[in-house]
Design a protein around this ligand. Structure first.
Ligand code: HEM
Length: 124
């Protein structure tokens, strides 16, 4: 049986596994590699902090993801298609690795945030 997301190590495993898949994903990869040329060494720790704050109450993340993604959408299309694919890969990653209340919460929170982001992008 799989266990739930409980520790910072679990968060790191989830985030690393998710972005391993994103980096092999034809819909999403070019945004990270070609449009933004993401520095993975700094992006991944920010994402550990983001999810650690949401799921473990860490208070380690400070930033403005909404504003960042609105700005990103001016450089490359971020539509329902990209968000659906992001969520599909995220759900698939969570379900492959974890099971439990926090795992469910991760998927629900991702969906709520994605919906809000898309709404902000469409009304920007
Ligand atoms: C179409 C879907 C998405 C794409 C293509 C995308 C892409 C990106 C990119 C390229 C960055 C910038 C990395 C950098 O500058 O180093 C970023 C940052 C980030 N993304 Fe997304 N993202 C998507 C959806 C989401 C969703 C749904 C969430 C939350 C559930 C999220 C959370 C974040 C956070 C927290 C950051 C860091 C912001 C910061 O550094 O202040 N993203 N994303």
């Amino acid at each position: 049986m799989k266990s739930d997301i409980e520790t910072r190590k679990d968060i790191e495993f989830l985030v690393n596994s998710f972005y391993d898949k994103v980096r092999r994903n034809p819909v999403l990869n070019y945004i990270f590699e070609d449009v933004v040329k993401v520095h993975w060494e700094s992006h991944l720790p920010r994402m550990y902090d983001f999810w650690g704050s949401i799921l473990l109450g860490e208070h380690s993340f400070s930033g403005n993801p909404m504003q960042k993604h609105v700005a990103l959408s001016k450089r490359t299309p971020l539509t329902e298609k990209e968000f659906e694919e992001w969520l599909r890969v995220f759900r698939e990653t969570v379900d492959a690795l974890f099971e439990g209340r926090k795992a469910e919460e991760a998927k629900t929170r991702a969906e709520i945030i994605a919906r809000l982001m898309l709404h902000k992008i469409q009304s920007a």
